[in-house]
Design a protein around this ligand. Structure first.
Ligand code: URA
Length: 211
């Protein structure tokens, strides 16, 4: 399904794995493995419209014009720390992609996102930048991270998450209407603590066994 540049990947494998991830009894190692597997499937969707060019390939039998990726180079950008769970799986599929990281925390007084880490590859303006974070909850940190990536030069971006809240999608799209979102599901709502309901809990804690 694609609506207002939000694509929900309804593939049965994605939905099955997501259900296992939501289950609170799923152990940390299994959760991490499932996230890695789902990220491959989300990457398949986000790369659907990559440009290709025809090149001549010599098979053992003859020369043949065959498609190869030909458009912009890719950059994957992880929003720390949970973004790394999606990043690892996508890198399995696109090992030659460059990688950037953005780390933000929320200032307890101003409630504004403050950057604590930012490292990007060069020539972001020439790349398709795929920003990844499993949970699009309030949308504030994702929107702030994408703004920093744009400030660093990126002009062509997509955002990939596992779960999105309607509130987060609204905030994100208001600030970045040019950035399509790909997600495995849009959940009901945010609770008073900013958690996605029904959700899967804190993605970072569940990936790394912290609490
Ligand atoms: N971050 C998470 O890890 N989980 C949520 O539900 C919301 C934000």
């Amino acid at each position: 399904m694609s609506d207002n540049d939000v694509t929900v990947v309804h593939h049965p494998l994605v939905q099955h794995k997501l259900t296992l991830m939501r289950d609170k009894t799923t152990p940390t190692a299994v959760f991490r493995q499932l996230l890695r597997e789902i990220s491959l499937l989300l990457a398949y969707e986000v790369c659907r419209d990559l440009e290709i060019k025809m090149v001549d390939v010599e098979t053992p039998l003859e020369t043949f014009p065959s498609p190869k990726l030909g458009g912009k180079k890719l950059c994957l950008i992880s929003i720390l720390r949970a973004g790394n769970g999606l990043l690892d799986g996508i890198l399995d599929l696109i090992p030659s992609a460059r990688v950037g990281h953005v780390g933000l925390y929320r200032d307890p007084e101003t409630l504004k996102p403050v950057e604590y880490y930012m490292k990007m590859p060069h020539s972001l303006n020439e790349r398709l930048c795929i920003v990844v974070d499993p949970m699009l909850a309030t949308g504030n940190s994702a929107a702030a991270a994408v703004q920093r990536v744009k400030d660093a030069g990126a002009v062509n971006l997509k955002f990939v998450c596992l779960l999105a809240a309607p509130e987060g999608i609204n905030v994100f799209q208001k600030e970045h209407p040019d950035v399509p979102i790909v997600t495995a599901a849009i959940d009901r709502e945010l609770n008073d603590h900013g958690y996605i309901m029904p959700g899967l809990g804190d993605a970072g804690d569940r990936m790394y066994g912290t609490k």
